[in-house]
Structures are given as structure tokens and as C-alpha cells.
Design a protein around this ligand. Structure first.
Ligand code: HEM
Length: 200
């Protein structure tokens, strides 16, 4: 499993690597700040959807190992959301807290993005085993916020694009598909037991 975890860890770092390379080569297009904001936002949303795809994947294939990758995938979604917020705060708003607050209060797509960010923050802070034990059954309820964060992230995207809705609609389609895949009426495959490697 450790090999899988390492592989997924490095795959999740690839977008960051490409962005770093783009910065180094000064090859981020005519508006680098906009490019970085878009890419980090898109990766936060993509990884959140991948995290939400783990349970349906287990239901239909009986394959349980990806469940062990869920926490890492969720934390990477939060990591890209942090970069997204940081780039906006630092490079776009130039750390002017007043103008940032005004944007959060006045521009609906920023309000919604900020709400999604706060939810991802709550999920990341409680993703550890200690919080799981302390919150008991409440932990599962709290972690359903991941669906709300995904809806808000998609709404944030729909709201900010003025003309071409194709991309946010694709994310919405994926989200709806993942929700349908959770319907209890759908047939489920029994999870296969974890197999340990026998070493002699
Ligand atoms: C405080 C929180 C947030 C702020 C201030 C913020 C701000 C922004 C801004 C300024 C843009 C570019 C808008 C433009 O081009 O006019 C953007 C794009 C985007 N944001 Fe956020 N955002 C926040 C949180 C989030 C979160 C939590 C997610 C995902 C879960 C997200 C996903 C996206 C996506 C997918 C895009 C569009 C990417 C693309 O064009 O491909 N944002 N955001």
C-alpha cells in the first residue's frame, strides 16, 4: 500500500511541478496571475471530485484499497485550494485585507468560493484519527460537508464564467453522476478482503 500512497502523492504534486516549471520558464501566458488562479482552482475542484469518487468506485468494483488514499486526496484538494486563495490574496489583491473583505461580501462568486474554502478547512483540520475518535458518529456527518464544498466549488465556477459554460457543466455532470452512483438501490459488489503479501 505504501507504494500506492507514494505514487498517488507524487501524481498529486505534478500540477504544482508544472506550475513551478512554467514560472521558472516564464511561460504562463499573457496573464500569469490569472493562469495560476485558474489552474490551482481547477485542481482543487478536480481532486475534490476524485475524493468523492472513491466510495462509488468501492461500491461497484469491491476494490477497497483506494479508500486508504481518500484522506490524502482530500488533503491535496485543500492544498490546491490554499494555493488558489493565497495567489488571489497576494498577487491579485496584493494583501489588501479591506478590498479582500469587500470582495467576499459583495461578489457572490467569491462569497461562494470562500464558503467552500472554509468547509475544506474544517474537513482538513478534522481529517486526523484523533478527531475521528473524538467526534465519533458526528465525524461522518461533518465529512458530508465535502459534497456541499463540491457544489459550492462548481457554483463558484459557473458564476465566474461569463460565456462558455462547458467546463463548469462537465464538473457538474461528473458530480451528479457520482451522486447517482451512491443511490442505495443500485447493485453493489461485496468488498474483497485485503490480501497480505506472504513472505517466507
Ligand atoms: C476564498 C476562496 C476563493 C477565492 C477568493 C477564489 C477566487 C477565484 C478567482 C478570483 C478565480 C478567477 C476568476 C476569473 O477568472 O475571473 C477563481 C477561479 C476558480 N476557482 Fe476559486 N476561489 C476560492 C475558492 C475556491 C475553491 C474552494 C474552489 C474549489 C473547490 C475553487 C475553484 C475554482 C475554479 C474551478 C475556478 C476556475 C478555474 C478555471 O477557469 O479553469 N475556488 N477563483
Amino acid at each position: 500500500m505504501i507504494k500506492w500512497k507514494l505514487a498517488v502523492f507524487f501524481v498529486c504534486l505534478l500540477p504544482l511541478g508544472f506550475l513551478g516549471l512554467g514560472i521558472y520558464r516564464e511561460d504562463l501566458g499573457p496573464n500569469p496571475v490569472e493562469y495560476l488562479t485558474h489552474e490551482t482552482g481547477a485542481w482543487a475542484l478536480r481532486l475534490l471530485l476524485v475524493t468523492l469518487a472513491i466510495t462509488p468506485l468501492r461500491r461497484f468494483t469491491g476494490w477497497r484499497r483506494p479508500v486508504l488514499l481518500r484522506r490524502m486526496l482530500g488533503l491535496f484538494s485543500f492544498f490546491y485550494a490554499c494555493l488558489h486563495l493565497l495567489i488571489w490574496l497576494w498577487l491579485d489583491r496584493e494583501l489588501q485585507w479591506g478590498s479582500m473583505l469587500a470582495d467576499i461580501l459583495k461578489r457572490p462568486y467569491i462569497t461562494v468560493g470562500f464558503a467552500a474554502f472554509l468547509m475544506l478547512l474544517a474537513l482538513a483540520l478534522t481529517s486526523n484519527t484523533f478527531s475521528m475518535r473524538r467526534l465519533g458518529r458526528g465525524w461522518k456527518t461533518l465529512h458530508r460537508l465535502a459534497y456541499v464544498a463540491a457544489v459550492l466549488g462548481i457554483l463558484h465556477f459557473i458564476w465566474l464564467v461569463k460565456a462558455d459554460l462547458l467546463q463548469p457543466m462537465i464538473y457538474l455532470g461528473v458530480f451528479l453522476f457520482l451522486m447517482l452512483a451512491r443511490l442505495p438501490a443500485l447493485p453493489e459488489r461485496k468488498p474483497a478482503p485485503f490480501r497480505r503479501k506472504v513472505t517466507s
